[in-house]
Design a protein around this ligand. Sequence first.
Ligand SMILES: [Zn+2]
Length: 395
Amino acid sequence: MSLTVVSLLLCGVLANDPATVQNRRLERDQTMAGALFKAGLDSVTVDGLLGALSASEYELKRARAGDQLRLVIRNGQLDTLEVRRNALNEWLVRRDGDRYVGKKREFEREQKVEVIELKVQSSVWDAAKAAGERPEVAMTLADVFAWDIDFYRDVQKGDTMRAVVEKVFAKGRLLGYGNVLAATYKGSTVGSKNIYRYTLPDGATSYFQRDGMSARKTFLKSPLKFANVTSGFGGRFHPILNYFGSHNGVDYGTPTGTPVWAVADGIVTRAGWDNGGGNMVCVRHVLSLETCYLHLSKINVKLNARVFQKDVIGESGSTGLSTGPHLHFGMKRGGAWVNPLNQNFPRADPLPLAQKVLFGETIAPYDAMLDAQPVASVGGAQSSPSAPSGTTTTQ
Ligand SMILES: [Zn+2]
């Protein structure tokens, strides 16, 4: 896209004024008004355009450097203004008599259900990229396995994951992921896991295993939310210490800023500075259990606040007595420290017996998709609108 002002003669007949087109880009610290004045428009026109943009969900205060403007001027008057931010956000303002009317353009989003397969060589993140997916799908998958798999500790080279996921496209481009409908994980540490998304008669949606047990537990497997960690296991993100005893907990070596999850619902019993522990949060749960998260760089919760499982209560760091960025995670049962890695936590309610048949019918097509060999899946992620991939089914 040209940064310069382009003039286009749309009509050579002198009786008609030619239209002039200007392409511009919002510069750093430039307001929309500033850009429009710079384009040579008068203040009445600029006011009209700004009003029309605000009325069509363009937040003037959030105008961004890089927003692209296309102005068409006809007969000495601004005819249309198009503003493009990205593939999904475009606005059109056009003259209607002596006023301007704006609207945000609507793009059709298309949802497809596809199978993806990740083979871990160095990390789940890299495996997603190698499969031609957007890497955030690794976080999406880590989230649905969070009760059984610790994606910082349990993932090994050679592990494989297959999943039936909703993908959202606009204009043929993959925008992101919707729900994970089914997934399997096969790993040397983890063993074989499977989960299926299922909506119960009361409308609640949950994840179940093939045998009808809930995929959810009262406690998560890991206090760390899987995030944008590009380095593989075995590197500096591996647990730096992992002993239990006088140390009273488990250490996760992880870069400062890694999101820390409340592993279960509860009430915050500590949120603040502790000499050795640095910034520390503790949460009291059911079963007279309490969890503590130490050396945080950031605390997101207040004392006595109610938190829910998977709430990000802070970010990991290296505050207090700490030799490097890590999360110290401790757990007490009835007031005494216990090893969080040795605890077995109950699963949520299983699938009601009356649902078994319907559940089986629901997951059968997912199983068929998971079992099928991926068709031309290698490098097949860049879906184009004219050639949907062979593994696609549309829901
Ligand atoms: Zn520690």
